[in-house]
Design a binder for this molecule. Structure first.
Ligand code: AMP
Ligand code: ZN
Length: 116
């Protein structure tokens, strides 16, 4: 999508701090890290969110998950990490190109969500 910031990163129109790339996915450091390790993993194909995903997208999602440990360890989170995918308004998604956050570092990332 021509006006999508993450598609522009895939196409090289906007620079990124790349940590992994193959024919289907790209991983780069988040520009505003929330933890010592904060990587975004995206499908190169524009998929807006899990709200618009189809069964044909399953292989690339599998690859994103299957590569997460390698990416996290390569950035210094070798003793675990958390993955987060925000979806739509309720999920707090800011960039409408599906992305998986990998957050971690040397220390635990902390509690997930406050209980109701
Ligand atoms: P989300 O709220 O899940 O949509 O998260 C969007 C994430 O994208 C935020 O953590 C931003 O800091 C990050 N972000 C936005 N623009 C860029 C960029 N040009 N390069 C790297 N990360 C970015
Ligand atoms: Zn896009």
């Amino acid at each position: 999508m021509s006006d999508c910031i993450f598609c522009k990163i895939v196409n090289g129109g906007i620079p990124c701090s790349k940590v992994y790339e193959d024919e289907d996915i790209l991983a780069f450091n988040d520009i505003a890290p929330a933890r010592p390790v904060h990587v975004l993993v995206i499908p190169k194909k524009h998929i807006s969110s899990l709200m618009t995903a189809t069964p044909e997208d399953a292989p690339v999602f599998g690859k994103m998950l299957a590569k997460a440990n390698e990416i996290a360890a390569s950035q210094g989170s070798s003793d675990g990490f958390r993955v987060i995918i925000n979806n739509g308004r309720v999920g707090g998604q800011e960039v409408p190109h599906l992305h998986m956050h990998i957050v971690g570092g040397p220390d635990p990332v902390g509690p997930m969500l406050k209980k109701l």
